[in-house]
Design a protein. Structure first.
Length: 155
């Protein structure tokens, strides 16, 4: 187990808040790329995804081979008022959740990262894969957020 992955996971905690700290409500709700999410929607998606991932990680840590349920991210964005919710609160929740989950991960012995659950769409998933997946997920979406900032002249 490469424990630097936990450090990377924790370093991501403040990144959504930093990525939006100078944006106006107009910037947050703009669609500089048609048929994609706004920056506000991206941050809300990151928050929800991290909350769900933390639940999955905790289940893998605490339970024997738990069932991990997928979710429809487009349905979440469409039906959970992503365009209306407080983006600063979402970034704060993301940060606090990641910091708290990171503390749990830091306390675990290396062998705990081989524990696994069964995802209803992806099959067997280890704790290590879940953590690595969330590190990559954050970077994936921040890449899109940076591109939108650039198109808004806020690079």
């Amino acid at each position: 187990m490469d424990r630097t992955m936990i450090d990377e996971y924790l370093r991501g905690a403040a990144r959504p808040a930093a990525a939006i700290n100078d944006l106006t409500p107009t910037d947050l709700d703009a669609f500089p790329i048609a048929n994609t999410w706004s920056i506000r929607q991206i941050v809300l998606h990151l928050m929800d995804s991290d909350l769900i991932a933390s639940d999955r990680m905790k289940r893998v840590i605490a339970e024997d081979n738990p069932v991990l349920i997928g979710f429809d991210e487009s349905a979440f964005a469409r039906n959970l008022f992503y365009g209306q919710l407080d983006v600063l609160m979402a970034a704060d929740i993301f940060q606090k959740n990641r910091l708290l989950t990171g503390r749990i991960l830091q306390a675990l012995p290396d062998e705990a990262f081989r524990r696994a659950g069964t995802h209803n769409q992806r099959g067997r998933v280890t704790l290590e894969q879940l953590v690595q997946g969330m590190v990559e997920h954050l970077e994936h979406h921040l890449k899109f957020l940076r591109k939108k900032r650039q198109l808004l002249g806020k690079a």
